[in-house]
Design a protein around this ligand. Structure first.
Ligand SMILES: Nc1nc2c(c(=O)[nH]1)N[C@@H](CN(C=O)c1ccc(C(=O)N[C@@H](CCC(=O)O)C(=O)O)cc1)CN2
Length: 284
């Protein structure tokens, strides 16, 4: 078996094209959405991701507001920029690129954001709304995973999904999205404390690998025909990306998201989606 590719690049391009039409409709009413980003430090990956987010903004007609601080920035300096974007009317939504440098209280920074401008869906109020099933911006990577599966006709309803990872940007909220009535999946969440990960993986109809451990998911751990989403990113000294999924999985899985070119572009498309939705909501 050779897996069908879950093409994040093409799917994201189609979503962005539809969003560009909605941005134009807002502009026709005199409203220009603006995405702000706060980047702290010099992590190569974070810098690339933020640059990609601003390229997407230009592509769909959203204004860009970029704030950068050095790795030595203090908690107070970062919080001052958060307050500035909270108060800036040109900034209709923004994100704080994660992770923040060691020693910075990430949660305090996220809590300080105006929840109405939280384009990532990571403010505690918006995560709480997700738990309560109330409308809120959805975390971008988990939402991108679901859109990618739907676009390629992978059955989520009734599927057993194994999520590997418990980080704030995906692992924590992925099960919440998957177990909504609209998705109706059964989820097992695994992490570094899971005793026999391979045994859990072998039960899965869908695997979402977001551990950040290169080639953690091996071909022999995958049920033939399963859908495998490679979310984790480990970057070598040469800047080359290794995903969480061993390349041999392509011979066993029914569907596989490439990395790069899978969930990454979908994360960015879902961010633009959140910015457009927030601007439309504010315009009513
Ligand atoms: N505030 C946030 N921080 C982080 C998030 C997030 O959703 N919000 N998620 C990840 C990183 N991430 C988003 O910021 C992200 C990861 C990957 C990509 C992407 O387009 N990747 C490309 C490859 C790019 C490259 O060459 O390195 C791909 O997969 O094709 C975009 C965004 C952690 N932080």
């Amino acid at each position: 078996m050779t897996a069908q590719i879950l093409d994040g690049k093409a799917t994201a391009a189609a979503i962005k094209s539809e969003l560009a039409t909605r941005v134009q409709a807002l502009k026709d009413r005199g409203i220009t959405p603006g995405l702000g980003t706060i980047l702290v430090g010099d992590d190569v990956g974070s810098r690339k991701y933020v640059a990609g987010k601003h390229r997407d903004c230009a592509e769909v007609g959203i204004a860009s507001i970029q704030r950068e601080l050095p790795a030595t920035a203090t908690q107070e300096e970062i919080e001052a920029v958060v307050r500035e974007l909270n108060d800036d009317p040109a900034c209709t939504g923004y994100i704080v690129q994660l992770p923040l440098p060691k020693g910075i209280d990430e949660n305090r920074v996220l809590e300080l954001m105006d929840p109405a401008k939280d384009a990532d869906g990571l403010h505690p109020m918006n995560l709480g709304k997700l738990v309560l099933n109330e409308p809120a911006p959805l975390p971008c990577t988990p939402n991108g995973v679901i859109r990618l599966l739907r676009q390629h006709g992978v059955e989520i309803n009734g599927a057993h999904v194994v999520v590997v990872g418990r980080g704030v940007t995906i692992g924590r909220s992925m099960p919440l999205l998957l177990t909504r009535r609209s998705e109706n999946a059964t989820v097992t969440q695994c992490h570094t404390g899971t005793r026999d990960l391979a045994a859990q993986l072998r039960q899965a109809d869908i695997i979402v690998a977001a551990a950040g451990v290169p080639h953690l998911v091996k071909p022999e751990d995958v049920k033939p025909g399963a859908a495998v989403l490679d979310v984790g990113v480990s970057r070598g000294a040469d800047g080359k990306i290794s995903g969480d999924v061993h390349p041999g999985v392509a011979e066993v899985a029914g569907w596989l998201s490439p990395n790069p070119g899978g969930v990454g572009p979908m994360t960015r498309a879902m961010l633009i989606h959140n910015v457009v939705e927030a601007a439309e909501k504010a315009a009513v």
